[in-house]
Design a protein around this ligand. Sequence first.
Ligand code: GLC
Length: 540
Amino acid sequence: MDWVCAGEGDAVIRLGYPMKSKIPAILLALAVWPSAFAADATAPAPSQTSASAPMANTTQVATPAPAATGLMAPPSAGLPAYPAIVRQETPAEHDARLKWFREARFGLFIHWGVYSALGGSWQGKPVTAEWIMNRAKISVADYKAQAKNFTADKYDPKAWAQLAKDAGMKYIVITAKHHEGFTLYDSAYSDWNAVKASGAGRDLLQPLADAARAQGLKFGLYYSQSQDWVNPGGSKGAVPPWDPAQAGDFDTYLAKVSLPQVREILEKYHPDYLWWDTEYQMTPERARPFFELVNTYPNLITNSRLGGGVLGDVRTSEQKANIPTSSLGRPMEVCMTVNNSWAYNTSDTNWKSVHQLIQTLSHVASRGGNFLLDIGPTAEGVIPQPEVDRLLAMGRWLKINGEAIYATEGGPYANPPPWGRTTQKARTDGGTTLYLQVWDWPADGKLLLPGITQMPTSGRLLAGGAAVTFTLTDSGLMVSLPGAAPDPDVSVVALEFAGPVKIAEATAAPATPGAPGWTESRAQAVGGNATAKPAGTAVP
Ligand code: GLC
């Protein structure tokens, strides 16, 4: 195998690619280098089809390059940056592996564990839901005693999968193990699990994996590889241990619990997507066995939070939707809560509106990303009704407008037009469908598409199919809309073009908060501004 060193300016990347076949992937990475390096904080990863068998010998870990000259994995808050490590594959293999993920656009995130039994409250005081053990410094013994209340008595995995399906979601990611260290399945490497230690007394993952796949959904597992507040030796994040029972060696923990459990969940549940979380203490040496393990699954997708310089396949952003569209060639995924809590929290009733959520989905899709929307079921397995209601409303919108979301690419505007967002889809005949996602329906029915100098061949509303008309003006394409907005949240117009849609240069400035289209209310509608804290590292 030849080792490649490709450079651009002072950005140099050293990867374990065989020179001839793999170099395009490096060039791809370098092509997106400037934006990626500027703002990336987390990344997601690829997945696999359910039944694929492990394949040996597919990995080659990058030779660590000197920090001063090497392409570095984007640093996470307060953690060191490391030379970038990527999976060895051709661009064609990469595209095939990520195809379903790029087309999915909308997924369900589920935070469920012993913390669900506490509902964000300890000794009468509100404490951050799934971080409750760490924040309230609950002893291991006291925390373990809560597990009897994690009963899953009303858990209906088929109904959960049905809800995801009805919401128009294409994949599910559930916490196989969160930072509390408790697994939702029976592990051979720790008895701190749903079968041996909790009121549930049974495996909770397989029935959901089955139900999801029966609905045609992809199945993903969240696994906290570094933090574990109960099994001895696990990382405590940014704080020291608070109970002598937590004492232990981190490397022993990784070797005896974390890595074997990851192998276990890959073998038992064949997830399509593995969702790492928090990179505390993950050096390149520590990340390497995890990286090599997941790379033996040829279809598996992973996110960007393993740490130690491993880029992963999907760049993950937390609670913030206005982030760079792409980083090092990886698709982005914006995960977000329906209220302000990842897990069940009785005192958090700050539910986002359907309007906000649909506009966030529209915004994320317009930037070519996926929206992973989180719910926090109770310890019995009941999904709070405000979450159910909002998911179903999104599903109703997607039934009519899904064509403008699924399997689309981000719109041609780097800077969104003031009236909304755009997505686009290449047609097999070489033409393009441009979707205008109208957030603010113009009172005079006139919608300007700045910088477009091509005439569409036709145009229609997705709701009802009414035709729209258009004319070319000096400022761009003017679309005349019929009547009132068909949808109070986002109304979609599909315009057909004979070829690719081009935007005249002057209008293609980079999007920044404060630029046209970025009013404060819009920033809030999509979950905040661009100064997001790095995801996956800082505590919520
Ligand atoms: C953060 C939190 C965690 C949550 C995750 C979701 O990293 O530590 O509680 O699961 O974000 O993105």
